[in-house]
Design a binder for this molecule. Structure first.
Ligand code: BEZ
Length: 233
């Protein structure tokens, strides 16, 4: 099965480093990011999970829960988490102008044991080029962003050879969440605070209602068509 944008994300029963639960119940009314990695105790995956753990407070600020996944068993995940935390080193915690280095007490998100490859197969996450020592298939670097309505809002699929950019996932989340509040689209390389684009389906008569600070229309293009409408929100 391949999930399409807008499809309901399946409510799997999960075995994880934080116990067993159903995905939807665990998510509650929050956004969710389910992301897979090829295997525990591998170099690129260690950098990825370390970065995700460092950015966990930023995802939490965006009302978003993270959950990892690979075809390794939960016991391996627990062992590997110690390596991830050692690799990532201490966190910097500041109160006013005083900062200190603090070793993370616990890992900030669960990792799913998909050793039976149920989710990997169901969600189309299998990497055709990666196998474990027994010749069993491994997961690629998939990302699923799930909205509070449990629908799929965005997905990415990278091969094992390319580690993901977790700052980009935050940027994507910022864009998705802003687009739930206003009829906007965000341009290339947009970040919070930059101007947004007004999509073609927003009628001129509705523009004032949504963008009281006004809209700038680029009308010096060769076509003379004023389809590039930008607004500060
Ligand atoms: C890695 O995480 O370094 C990795 C895992 C599987 C294949 C290639 C790289």
């Amino acid at each position: 099965m391949s999930l399409k944008l807008g499809d309901e994300f399946p409510n799997f029963n999960l075995k994880t480093t934080a116990g067993e639960f159903q995905l939807h119940q665990w998510l509650g009314d929050k956004w969710g990011i389910l992301f897979s990695h090829p295997a525990d105790y591998t170099p690129v995956c260690t950098t990825e999970l370390s970065r995700a753990a460092k950015l966990a407070p930023e995802f939490a600020k965006r009302n978003t829960k993270l959950i990892g996944l690979s075809c390794d068993v939960v016991e391996n995940h627990h062992g590997w988490i110690k390596d991830i935390q050692a690799f990532g080193g201490p966190n910097v915690e500041c109160s006013g102008s005083i900062c200190k280095l603090v070793l993370p007490a616990e890992f900030p998100f669960p990792i799913i044991d998909d050793s039976d490859r149920k989710l990997a197969k169901h969600l189309g996450m299998i990497d055709p080029d990666e196998f474990d020592t027994k010749g069993l298939p491994l997961t690629a670097r998939a990302v699923f962003i799930i909205g509070p309505d449990k629908k799929l809002k965005a997905s990415l699929l990278y091969p094992a050879t390319t580690g993901r950019n977790f700052d980009e996932l935050l940027r994507l989340l910022d864009s998705l969440q802003l687009a739930t509040r206003l009829p906007i689209a965000t341009p290339a390389d947009w970040k919070v605070g930059d101007k947004v684009m007004v999509p073609p389906n927003v009628k001129d008569e509705d523009v004032k209602k949504y963008f009281p600070q006004g809209v700038q229309i680029k009308n010096d293009l060769p076509s003379g068509k004023g389809y590039i409408r930008m607004a500060q929100v």
